[in-house]
Ligand binder design. Structure first.
Ligand code: ATP
Ligand code: MG
Length: 202
């Protein structure tokens, strides 16, 4: 396998609700047991400016997130709060800044083949009401767009995980200095990636 495929990295943040719900260990366990390698981790309280930059690193985030919210309302036969995606995201972004700076978060970088997609799969869809059973968001939260919009707050969904490889690289640079990322060999890479499995029998 080409080496660079095993070097794929993704950024994961345990949001303030994940810390307050005592789910740090549970969340780490889910990613760790996949076989991904943890290469950076830190706890911090981010400021609002850092959060706004994080969510707007992708210039299309405002449009995509607004459209996703409108589609989700319509799929449930409900009327969205606005038909304008950008109007919806302006509110979401303000609420996100309050949510994400309300307490400590844990920021991590996980490395391994298909890290971005595998982490998103295990994390589950954005809205806990419809996240698949078995995913972290599906198993541990009961929030929805409907109740969070009524209460004028962010959906509390425990985790942020990068959406694409490109987004991941930009987000890693936004949260970490290069020297905070640790290059090391993990013993289980032998069984995950070794082509011939010729190192097991003595
Ligand atoms: P994240 O980027 O945090 O991993 P995501 O990629 O699944 O989540 P985005 O569409 O990027 O979701 O939205 C970012 C975050 O904004 C969501 O995780 C959620 O906390 C909040 N959010 C998104 N849409 C809404 C909404 N319609 N109402 C309230 N909060 C929302
Ligand atoms: Mg996102």
């Amino acid at each position: 396998m080409a080496n660079h495929l095993k070097e794929e990295r993704t950024l994961v943040i345990i949001k303030p609700d994940g810390i307050q719900r005592s789910l740090i260990g549970e969340i780490l366990r889910r990613y760790e047991r996949l076989g991904l390698k943890l290469v950076a981790i830190k706890m911090m309280v981010p400021n609002k400016d850092h959060i706004e930059k994080h969510y707007t690193l992708d210039p299309n985030w405002r449009t995509i997130t607004g459209e996703k919210t409108i589609a989700s309302y319509k799929k449930k036969g409900m009327k969205p709060p606005s038909e304008d995606p950008l109007e919806i995201t302006a509110v979401i972004l303000e609420n996100l800044k309050t949510y994400m700076t309300s307490g400590p978060v844990i920021v991590m970088v996980w490395k391994g083949v298909h890290a971005v997609k595998i982490v998103r799969k295990i994390t589950g869809g954005t809205e806990p009401l419809t996240s698949d059973v078995g995913t972290i968001r599906g198993d541990f939260v009961l929030d929805s767009y409907q109740i969070s919009d009524i209460d004028k707050r962010s959906v509390r969904n425990l985790i942020h995980a990068s959406g694409t490889e490109d987004e991941a690289e930009k987000e890693i640079k936004h949260w970490f200095e290069e020297n905070e990322l640790i290059n090391y060999r993990h013993i289980q890479e032998a069984i995950l990636y070794d082509v011939n499995l010729d190192g097991i029998l003595e």
